[in-house]
Structure formats: C-alpha cells, structure tokens
Design a protein around this ligand. Structure first.
Ligand code: CP
Ligand code: NVA
Length: 309
C-alpha cells in the first residue's frame, strides 16, 4: 500500500475536499473563459508532468477531456489501450502499476472490474484516478454536481431523481448524495435496483436516498432528472434489460412530473428513443453538453488535487 493520493470513489474522499475540488474547477474554468481549447492555463501547474490513460473499454468524453485537460495544465499525456499492452497478454495489473510508476506521474484507468482499479492503486507509487469501472464513475458525478450548481445553485437539500438502471453511474450518485447532502430518489426495476447494502450504507449516514419502482413518484417535483443507458459496457442481457427498463424512459410526460425548471442530465453516450427521447435530450431543460464540457474542468481539478496542488 502506498501513500499516493488516489481518486477512486466519492465515498472515500472527505466532503470538504470534494467541495474544494469543485471550487477549483469552477475558478479555473472561469479564468480561461474565451481562450482557445489548446491554450495553456496561465500558471501551467502541471508543467513537466505526464498522465497515462489506460483503457480496458471504449471512451469518447473521458479520453478527450482528460487529454485536453492535462495539456491545458501544461502536462503531457499518453493513451494506452490494454489490448495493446502486455497487460492484455497476462502481465499482472500490480506489475503494470509498478512499471508505470517509474515512467509517469499519474494514471487514469477505465477498467472492466473495480478489483483491477483497486489492485492498480494498491501497487502504485503514483496517484490513480477512476475513469469508470463496473462499480462506479466518480469523475462523471463531480462534473454533474458542478453542472447542476451552475444552473440551479447549491445542490444541498435539493432533490434529484435517477431513472432506470441501478448501475455504476447510479452508485456514484448515491455516494454524492451522502457527501453533498441532497435527496436522491432512484426509480429502478426490482431486478436492477442498486445493492441493498449500498442503499443502507447511505441511509445509515443520514442521507435521503430512497429506491422505488415507480418512475413518476420519484420524479415528482424534483430539481433534476438523470438517467443513463439501459445496457452498460460489459452488460450481456440486453433484451431483458430493455424489457425491464422501458417503463423508466425519460420522455416529456415524465419530465412534466418534475419541477418546471428541472434540469435533465445524462452522462452520455445516449441511446435516443430508449432511456431518453429526442425532445428531452435536445430540449430546453437538457444540460447534457454542459455536463460533457464540465468533465474537462472537474478532472483538471481532480488531477491537481491528486498531485498535491
Ligand atoms: N460519460 C462518459 O464517461 O463518456 P465516455 O464513455 O465517452 O468516456
Ligand atoms: N453506465 C455506462 C456509462 C458510460 C459512460 C457504462 O458503464 O457503459
């Protein structure tokens, strides 16, 4: 076990630290407003540092936002696909961590299994960032909280409804409800609800996290409706998932149950006509592109936090 400052999950970082990260993200975003995307932040705080991004699964937003973000901070990046590495031929994740620790300053991993992320972090001398696993997606939800607050003010004591699969993104929303102190109502089919132990953990911490099978009940009067794909990377039972999840589609009727100025969020990629209809995704309440942009700003602040800035 090393003392490197990893960013592995929202439940294991102190809430005051999470707030500091979001404040730093917003300040840095505002400071470079209007600059071309390739322009360096004036202070170039990560000059001479290198980020390796290691992917076991596809990515558009995570890949590009980390890459551009690290460059804006003055650092360099390397993209590694696990299939092109000795990792893909059986080298252990721990040995990979020890070797990468000698070449680069920080690693972001998108992993099939959360165990691989833990193994990488345990063996690494340098900070590791969770860029999505089967269990969670903490960087996404940092960007989501930032986006909510830009549009609606502080998320504390506000109400968010999660519609659909109790998946990795939902898990990070549950962690966030505890850490940022807002109400989270999850509407999920019984077979795809988040684990009972996770929900009890949140409730034991005093969080207002509830699970129902009734989509309309969850959406009633909320400040934000959020959903995600019905078939995540690595899921196999596509047909059954579509059948179970079809009552949870976010459409105009469902949005009308929320407060009139509720925001609609989705981490993307969206499957138009499945979990969300075009009119909602492209409609006036949708903030999905701000969410995507804020991946960049939130992750720059996460990189800086991990590297002691
Ligand atoms: N939201 C998100 O993580 O997108 P990518 O899979 O494209 O990185
Ligand atoms: N739940 C989705 C999120 C993609 C960003 C997945 O894991 O595929």
């Amino acid at each position: 076990m090393t003392t490197a400052k990893h960013f592995l999950d929202l439940d294991v970082v102190d809430p005051a630290e999470l707030r500091k990260i979001l404040d730093a993200a917003l300040a840095r975003k505002q400071k470079r407003s209007g600059l071309p995307k390739g322009a360096l932040d004036a202070d170039s705080p990560l000059k001479d540092q290198v980020l390796a991004m290691l992917f076991e699964k596809p990515s558009t937003r995570t890949r590009v936002s980390f890459d551009v973000g690290m460059r804006q901070l003055g650092g360099g990046t390397i993209v590694l696909n696990s299939g092109d590495m000795q990792l893909g031929r059986g080298e252990t994740i721990a040995d990979t961590a020890r070797v990468l620790s000698r070449y680069v300053d920080i690693v972001m991993l998108r992993a099939n299994s959360h165990e691989a992320l833990s193994a990488l972090a345990d063996a690494s001398d340098i900070p590791i960032i969770n860029g999505l696993t089967d269990k969670s997606h903490p960087c996404q939800i940092m960007a989501d909280i930032m986006t909510f607050e830009e549009h609606k003010g502080s998320i504390k004591d506000r109400a968010v409804a999660w519609l659909g699969d109790g998946n990795n993104v939902a898990t990070s929303w549950i962690h966030a409800a505890v850490q940022f102190d807002f109400e989270l109502r999850l509407a999920c089919p019984f077979k795809l609800r988040p684990s009972a132990s996770l929900v009890s953990w949140a409730q034991d911490k005093g969080a207002r996290v509830t699970v129902t099978e009734d989509a309309r009940l969850a959406a009633d009067g909320v400040d934000c409706i959020v959903t995600d794909t019905w078939v995540s990377m690595g899921d196999t039972n596509e047909i059954e998932r579509r059948r179970l999840l079809s009552p949870y589609q976010v459409n105009a009727a469902l949005m009308s149950a929320a407060s009139a100025d509720a925001v609609f969020m989705h981490c993307l990629p969206a499957h138009r006509g499945e979990e969300v209809t075009d009119d909602v995704l492209d409609g006036p309440n949708s903030v999905v592109l701000d969410e995507a942009e804020n991946r960049l700003h939130a992750q720059k602040a996460i990189l800086l936090w991990c590297l002691g800035h």
